[in-house]
Design a protein around this ligand. Structure first.
Ligand code: TRP
Length: 359
């Protein structure tokens, strides 16, 4: 028998991350925290987008493999429970690649190239004109990552919204051309009216875009402004100490919308204390950045300590992580194969059944 997960009637969600290194607080507030909250009430699938990592790092295959294992450790550290949620590798769910090919026919080429997240990446990563064909294809692939699981929702950070919009377009178009769903159908009615795919919504966390410690850009490993889940208490103190506000003196009226106060809002759990800090800071009531930073660092370390502790249990042993991925891939394939069979039937590509096995 298979894991109970795929047999539940809980609403299904899927989300994922490209393995680029260890996870940071931006991942936590933007998406992972939400996943931990949802994992007992939802059937959860968490994808490691290791094929997407090849779009810009094909010559770093060994690093991609290492990052894929490390990201699982971070998930586990942050509280994702592998008995509840399936954590799996994109590269071991072949239905995703097959759906990508089919979905590529449903999106105009220029529509893909207009995706603002792709355009931003080309700019930020300095890809110029030299990016691989696979680079824009990853955006089509992401629609397949999602729709292979026919989820109701996708917990993501704000920057992923354009990908979700494209996913919704693919779902509508597929249902229209292969399932006879009319183009005037409301998104919520697609499945009830015979569509293969639900039109999934983006479920954006309370803090869609956490600033980095430079106080200017979104927190990101490549910009060197991130606080990592695995940072030591000392590192956390030092990094928080660097959060840039531009404020001069404890008696200057301060801006409570600055990066430092985004951290106060996101991580200090005592709301009365948050209100008090904001009030005094705004009035310049003799409260310096240094003081606020001490409280932020304490709050962060209180959050991170149990994560560091859990992470230690999984360090030094890749086999435990591989076993978790094997089980996650098995569970993910049950759903993705079922979806692929439904999609192939709808597209008149269903000739006979097949069965996948995982070693
Ligand atoms: N593009 C996402 C990122 O870079 C990762 C990702 C791949 C994803 N497939 C997904 C996110 C499907 C949500 C759903 O973070």
């Amino acid at each position: 028998m298979t894991s109970a997960n795929t047999l539940t009637s809980k609403p299904r969600i899927l989300t994922g991350d490209t393995p680029t290194g260890t996870l940071h607080l931006g991942h936590w507030v933007g998406s992972v925290k939400r996943r931990v909250e949802l994992q007992s009430s939802h059937e959860c699938y968490f994808l490691i987008a290791n094929m997407h990592a090849f779009t810009t790092r094909a010559e770093q295959a060994a690093d991609i493999r290492r990052d894929s294992i490390e990201i699982v450790r971070d998930y586990l550290a942050m509280g994702i429970d592998p008995t509840l949620s399936a954590i799996f590798l994109q590269s071991e769910v072949p239905a995703i690649a097959e759906l990508t090919f089919l979905f590529a026919m449903l999106l105009p080429f220029n529509r893909v190239m207009r995706n603002p997240t792709l355009k931003d990446e080309i700019k930020i990563k300095g890809l110029g004109e030299t990016y691989s064909f696979g680079f824009p294809l990853y955006a089509v692939g992401q629609t397949a990552d999602i729709l292979a699981f026919r989820p109701v929702g996708v917990p993501v950070g704000e920057d992923q919204i354009p990908h979700l919009e494209m996913t919704r377009e693919v779902a509508r178009r597929f249902n229209q051309i292969f399932c006879g769903v009319s183009e005037h159908t409301e998104d919520a009615d697609h499945v009830r009216l015979g569509g293969t795919f639900p039109v999934p919504r983006a479920d954006v966390g309370a803090v869609g875009r956490l600033m980095g410690i430079d106080g200017i850009n979104k927190m990101s490993k490549s910009l060197g402004n991130a606080i990592f889940i695995a940072d030591t208490p000392k590192d956390v103190q030092k990094k928080v100490g660097k959060i840039f506000t531009g404020r001069q003196s404890p008696t200057d009226p301060g801006d409570v919308n600055n990066a430092l106060f985004q951290f106060v809002d996101a991580f200090i759990t005592d709301s009365a204390r948050v209100a008090e800090l904001k009030d005094r800071y705004a009035r310049g009531d003799n409260i310096g950045d240094g003081h606020v930073k001490v409280e932020v660092a304490e709050a962060l370390n209180a959050l991170l300590e149990p994560m560091r502790e859990r992470r230690r249990q999984y360090e030094g042993n890749d086999d435990v992580v591989i076993d978790i991925l094997r089980d996650g891939c098995r569970r993910a394939n049950l759903v993705a194969e079922e979806t692929l069979a439904l999609a192939k039937d709808a597209a008149k590509l269903g000739y006979f059944a097949r069965r996948l096995t995982i070693g």
